[in-house]
Design a protein around this ligand. Structure first.
Ligand code: MGD
Ligand code: MGD
Ligand code: SF4
Ligand code: MO
Length: 749
């Protein structure tokens, strides 16, 4: 579904997008990369007479965040003007990878070199021999996909095992419902919670997510607090005690990686006790009896054993959800980061389908993309023949169902083995591959070392750049450039407005891709300015960039019960956009691809249920990467004010475990398993019980020796994680369900 100017809903602004206040100039806009975040909160950027950014505040008039901001946005001046910002292109002899021998280059020299190498590789091995990788959802979706596809490479990806972030949840829900549905926190309405059509959920299940910290995937965490203030009760499914769990009606302290079993157990309670919505199921669901039979294999007693959650709490959760009108779900990464994550998502989503909490106020609402830009720009530029070469497509047919990325594990293997074909170059934009996203960083580094050229586009020097890059291109932060943000399930369009001159010679990612695009696929990049590009992207909406700037964010009109009105299917029929027209509890699509059409649980491996022998040596369950307020992945490690909040890589250890292993608060320990070890500093705390420990991720120490890769290999927790152990569908990997032991770091180590 597109958007057209005449249909849109506008915010009532008293002031123009730029105005003067107390001797400062204020520029209104949204915040979106860099640095990273999934949201685009409304910001007011204050600049002084010299044109310097002096402060950033939340825009109270923006219905999305209503004036609120996290420290990462509040501290933008420190990020933007940091002394370590990359300020001009750098080049290094490929023989010198790992050595700090970069030299300054001009944009023309750097881009000409990249273009020449890329075109040469294309001529010799085909365009598929260059991969184009980004990290998490920052703002380059359209820029990088157009660059890859116009060049002719089908290998656009992120270097994450099992593509285990968000995509498993999307697959688990969208392939069975035909749409992706999100928690209705009134975000579609400009008058938000005051909208007369809106009701907050009676029960909100927060599953494997800490929304206030993560603000993930378009959902602003503080909306949970807003809903709680309006009476919403929380069921929090998280092994850890948090601010939210302490204020929840129920806290299910789940064993990592067993979410599918819990969901099937909850389904069973709801079905056995007749708490599902019969009328809704009869009218709109497909395969209920089959799902009921599968769920019956998961009685609460069995699920309690698997998940380590007391049986009575599982039953109570089922009853609370079954009786609530409406109930809703806000889920997160922990659902994706286990091997069989897709059936876990499928099971969790089914709970809200059989209870009829779909397409209703305060339930789960189908998203509308404002323009089809989120799934890439320029899909028509790549030939079918090239498209078919995407790594992973052959073995993992779900990748064809609207997903654009190559399967990362297979890609690493292709880089190592030359099968099914050789990979010769990489374009790494907005991703710190070996310090954060990849499993087994040493193996990953080696795979990239084998390529003829690696190009990195980043804001700062990183271990990935130091280890691998031949060419480094300096990008810039959001106050330094114009950009737009469309879609993302929130059905609003935003503008990122430039408020200051770029630092040094840095450029926005879109401009960088335009400049390279002109060299490697000129016919696909006819524009000369960013404004021309954004005008092009906005053309279907009958908007220009400058018009949108005045009024953004703009919202699509919204309504509930669209499935009853024939508004969800392209053919205008009632129902959902699936082959059966119903919500498929038994998936016809999975079945046609040879997968189990019903959700199931498989023991996480390694783990106490699958590798008891390994547990003798590594008795603790390890979960990694729970988000923190002050940093975004491996970013912000050099930003003083942010770093001060978590100065060191941390492991959370229960006091009883501390005693058992002879370690104490502040001690440095090795966290080790059969794959490797990493250093962490002990935080002695009862928040995780006595069988689970948790480590943060994305660590490197910018203050340390660049030629020792900023001590990356001392502190990289991903050394304990493997490549190649992903789910049957190609999605899911065990980033959050592993095992380890801990012991004190010896003197001098
Ligand atoms: N153990 C463990 N590992 C994990 C996770 C976990 O939970 N546990 N989580 C995983 C998940 S879900 C994800 S999505 C990945 C994320 O992985 P990545 O997205 O690769 O995250 P970073 O490592 O922070 O790399 C981002 C890089 O982009 C740069 N950057 C930021 N903004 C911009 C910009 O606007 N332009 C450019 N050009 N560069 C920019 C930053 O400086 C940084 O170097 O990490 C994964 N890694
Ligand atoms: N500040 C900040 N915000 C971020 C990011 C960041 O780096 N920093 N990264 C962004 C990205 S790319 C992503 S994907 C999101 C992720 O953000 P979230 O979806 O919130 O994911 P996590 O913070 O990794 O984990 C959420 C909770 O899951 C719990 N948990 C761990 N293992 C399990 C399990 O097996 N099952 C269950 N049910 N719970 C478990 C953890 O204790 C944690 O409290 O955050 C985004 N937002
Ligand atoms: S969620 Fe926080 S970091 Fe992200 S845009 Fe909003 S204020 Fe900024
Ligand atoms: Mo992510």
């Amino acid at each position: 579904m597109g958007f057209a100017k005449d249909d849109l809903v506008f915010v009532d602004y008293e002031k123009p997008w730029r105005y003067e206040e107390d001797g400062l100039t204020v520029t209104r806009g949204s915040a979106w990369s860099g640095p990273g975040c999934h949201l685009g909160c409304g910001v007011l950027l204050y600049t002084d007479k010299e044109g310097k950014l002096v402060k950033v505040e939340g825009d109270p008039a923006n219905p999305f965040n209503e004036g609120r901001l996290c420290m990462r946005c509040l501290n933008m001046p420190e990020v933007t003007y940091h002394k370590d910002r990359l300020q001009h292109p750098l080049m290094r002899d490929p023989e010198d990878r790992g050595k700090n021998t970069f030299r300054r280059a001009s944009w023309d020299e750097a881009l000409d070199y990249v273009a020449e190498k890329f075109l040469d590789i294309k001529a010799k091995y085909g365009a598929e021999a260059i991969i184009f990788a980004q990290g998490t959802g920052r703002d380059i979706g359209p820029a990088i996909t157009r660059l890859a596809w116009s060049f002719g490479s089908p290998n656009y990806t992120c270097i994450l095992s099992g593509l285990a972030c968000f995509l498993p949840r999307i697959a688990g829900m969208a392939l069975t419902t035909g749409t992706y549905m999100v928690c209705d926190a009134s975000q579609a309405w400009t008058d938000r919670f005051d909208n007369p059509q809106y009701t907050p959920p009676e029960v909100l299940v927060v599953w494997g997510n800490y929304p206030m910290v993560a603000n993930n995937e378009g959902f602003y965490g503080h909306w949970v607090v807003d809903m709680m203030q309006r009476g919403t009760k929380i069921i929090d499914i998280d092994p850890k005690v948090t601010w939210l769990s302490a204020r929840s009606a129920l806290h299910l302290r789940i064993r990592p990686g067993t979410d599918a079993a819990l969901a099937l157990g909850i389904l069973n309670v709801i079905i056995e006790e007749g708490l599902y919505d019969r009328e809704f199921v009869d009218s709109w669901c497909y395969g209920f009896d089959e799902l009921a039979a599968r769920a019956a294999e998961y009685p609460a007693s069995r699920v309690a054993e698997i998940t380590w959650i007391p049986e009575n709490l599982i039953v109570e959760a089922g009853r609370m959800i079954g009786k609530a009108k409406p109930a809703s779900l806000q889920w997160g990464l922990a659902v994706d980061m286990t091997k069989e994550s897709l059936p876990a998502s499928q099971a969790i989503a089914s709970i809200f389908m059989i209870t009829g909490n779909v397409d209703v106020p305060g339930g789960l609402v189908p998203t509308i993309s404002i323009l089809s830009y989120a799934s890439g720009w320029g899909g028509e530029l790549i030939s079918d023949e090239q498209k078919a070469k995407r790594i992973g497509l052959e073995n993992y047919p779900i990748l064809q169902a609207g997903f654009q990325m190559s399967q990362a594990d297979e890609l690493i293997e292709a880089m190592e083995t030359g099968e099914p074909y050789e990979i010769h170059g990489s374009w790494l934009q907005q991703t710190n591959v070996i310090a954060c996203i990849a499993a087994d960083p040493a193996r990953t580094q080696k795979a990239f070392e084998g390529l003829d050229i690696n190009v990195c586009v980043d804001l700062f020097m990183t271990p990935t750049i130091m280890a691998l890059a031949d060419v480094v291109l300096p990008a810039n932060t959001f106050p330094e450039h114009d950009s737009i943000r469309l879609g993302d399930g929130i059905q609003r369009a935003e503008v990122i407005c430039q408020a200051i001159e770029p630092v040094g010679e840095s450029k926005s990612d879109m401009e960088i891709n335009l400049l390279l695009g002109k060299r490697i696929a000129p016919e696909a990049w006819p524009w000369n300015t960013l404004e021309e590009i954004y005008d092009e992207l906005l053309k279907p909406a009958n908007f220009t960039f400058n018009e949108l700037k005045e009024v953004a964010p703009v919202f699509l009109p919204f309504q509930y019960k669209r499935h009853e009105k024939g508004l969800l299917r392209e053919d205008g029929q009632v129902g959902f956009p699936t082959p059966t027209g119903r919500l498929e509890l038994w998936s016809t699509l999975y079945n046609s691809m040879g997968y189990d059409p019903l959700p199931y649980f498989e023991e996480p491996n390694p783990g106490p249920g699958s590798t008891p022998d390994l547990m003798e040596e590594y008795p603790l369950v390890l979960t990694t990467g729970a988000r923190v307020w002050n940093s975004f992945h491996s970013e912000h490690r050099m930003i003083e004010r942010n770093r001060a909040v978590t100065p060191d890589p941390t492991i959370y250890v229960h006091p009883e475990l501390c005693e058992k292993y002879g370690v104490d608060e502040g001690d440095w320990v090795w966290v080790e398993n059969h794959r490797g070890r990493a250093k962490r500093r002990v935080k002695k705390t009862p928040i995780l019980g006595t069988r689970i420990v948790a480590c943060d991720h994305g660590w490197w120490l910018p203050e340390k020796d660049p030629e020792n890769l900023f001590d990356l290999y001392d502190v990289a927790i991903n050394k304990l994680l493997p490549w190649g152990e992903f789910g049957k569908t190609g999605f899911g990997a065990n980033y959050k369900t592993n095992i380890c032991k801990i012991y004190k770091v010896g003197e001098g180590e």
